[in-house]
Write a protein that binds this ligand. Structure first.
Ligand SMILES: *Cc1c(COP(=O)(O)O)cnc(C)c1O
Length: 437
């Protein structure tokens, strides 16, 4: 195996072949150094919404570079950040009135946690517990790992991760258990916030739960005076069929995190939106009540300009219609696997389609993921199963033909993998939280 000078993310360099270079990207496709076209069925790790290199977004980036590079964002402001903040507040669920910029999904969640803790600290209330949902994923910093599912991927850091209260996942028919559990955590009076991925837990295996559960959790939080942080890093920007997933539950969170699709996936940028109350708890003539957070690249003007252009794409183009079409095409294609014994839990939410491959658990599973990735690559597709969970999350420009090809490949790859599986049995308690198997 080559010893790469670059240390790639979520990559075991001792097992992976050298990385292929991508030389260009256009629409739903990447082109590698051999000229091979690859259908980006997971939107380059969930960030690309409209398609790669949307012309209007690329043009806005070029234009912004005529005036800006990075600009210090304390003491000064700039037009792209202001226009974007106004646009975000207009689009977001009601009650979110302030925008704090950072540069990744993880930092947007860190900011959210600090806002929630700072809110109670500045009001002199002792509330310092965070409630999360099992199988959750909120990022890879120490703070966000603390709030996410624990496993092999964070075992080395476990001694430094802080404790949180975990809700059981609301399996269909057992939603009340989750709600009751939240109520009992809240009764301690110590809960500062519920941090949750609305409607679908992404990295935890595309686990979908009902909007009624989210609405129920919000009601309980309100009753007990604790905050709700919606981690919409993956679910935002139309992924679940609505602009934000919270809309489907008819709720406004106190804090909302957005990143991945914020710039259409073109540049790194994140925003944490919060209610007036949270801003007000930090608004004071007392410097000790300042919100002490910053990162060097806060509100990068070029990234903000890309996000402003993304918002304009949403206004000018029939994006909702494209999403509706994509949703229908995914649904029709998933239909072909109904009653197919190779798959379980066939599911869809908006533009996310997922199905569990029925394989024996344990060691075999660890091999199945990378093997499937390879088989998909050979068929011109970028699909990275989460353990035994095969999912598609394509850019909105994906055509019916692209998707038919992807589902044909899933059919074929599933047969290859299950036929060579040592024992055929239903995998129980599968550890599928990794971005790769
Ligand atoms: C991807 C993701 C994050 C982390 O975002 P990064 O930009 O990778 O730091 C946080 N929360 C959710 C729900 C995500 O899907």
């Amino acid at each position: 195996m080559s010893r790469s000078p670059i240390w790639h993310p979520f990559t075991q360099h001792g097992l992976e072949p050298p990385m292929k270079r991508i030389v260009s990207a256009e629409g739903a496709y990447l082109v590698d150094e051999d000229g091979k076209r690859l259908f980006d069925a997971i939107s380059s790790w969930w960030v690309i919404t409209h398609g790669h290199r949307h012309p209007a977004i690329m043009a806005a980036i070029r234009a912004a570079t005529e005036a800006f590079d990075q600009i210090i964002f304390a003491e000064f402001s700039h037009e792209p950040a202001e226009t974007l903040a106004k646009g975000l507040i207009e689009l977001a669920p009601a009650g979110l009135e302030h925008v704090f910029y950072s540069d990744s999904g993880s930092t947007s969640v860190e900011v959210a946690l600090k806002m929630a803790l700072g809110y109670f600290h500045n009001r002199g209330e002792k509330r310092d517990r965070i409630v999360v949902m099992e199988h959750g994923y909120h990022g890879d910093t120490i703070g966000t790992m603390s709030t996410g599912e624990r496993g092999v991927f964070n075992a080395a850091y476990e001694p430094l991760l802080f404790g949180v209260d975990r809700l059981v996942f609301p399996e269909a028919g057992r939603e009340q258990e989750t709600l009751d559990m939240f109520e009992s955590f809240c009764r301690s009076g110590r809960v500062a916030a519920l941090l949750i991925e609305p409607l679908v837990l992404g990295a935890g295996g595309m686990k979908i739960y009902g909007a009624n559960v989210l609405a129920g959790l919000k009601q309980i939080a309100e009753r007990h005076g604790c905050l709700v942080i919606a981690d919409e890093v993956m679910t935002g920007w139309g992924r679940t069929g609505t602009m934000f997933a919270c809309e489907q539950a008819g709720i406004s969170p106190d804090i909302l995190c957005t990143s991945k699709g914020l710039t259409g996936g073109s540049l790194p940028l994140a925003a944490t939106l919060c209610s007036g109350d949270i801003f007000d708890a930090h608004f004071s003539t007392d410097r000790r009540k300042t919100f002490f957070h910053s990162s060097s690249y806060t509100a990068n003007p070029i990234a903000c300009a890309a996000a402003v252009a993304n918002l304009q794409v949403w206004r000018d183009e029939p994006v909702a219609q494209r999403i509706g079409q994509l949703q229908e095409t995914l649904h029709a294609n998933l239909g072909r696997f109904a009653g197919d014994g190779r798959f379980a839990n066939i599911r869809q939410l908006g533009t996310i389609a997922a199905l569990d491959l029925v394989v024996p658990s344990g060691g075999y599973l660890a091999e199945a993921g990378p093997r499937m990735r390879q088989l998909f690559r050979e068929r011109g597709l970028i699909i990275r199963p989460l353990g035994n969970v095969i999912y598609l999350m394509p850019p909105y420009c994906a055509t019916a033909q692209d998707l038919t090809h992807a589902f044909d490949a899933i059919d074929e790859v599933a047969s290859i993998v299950t036929e060579t599986a040592p024992v055929k049995s239903r995998a129980a308690g599968i550890q599928n939280r990794l971005r790769e198997a």
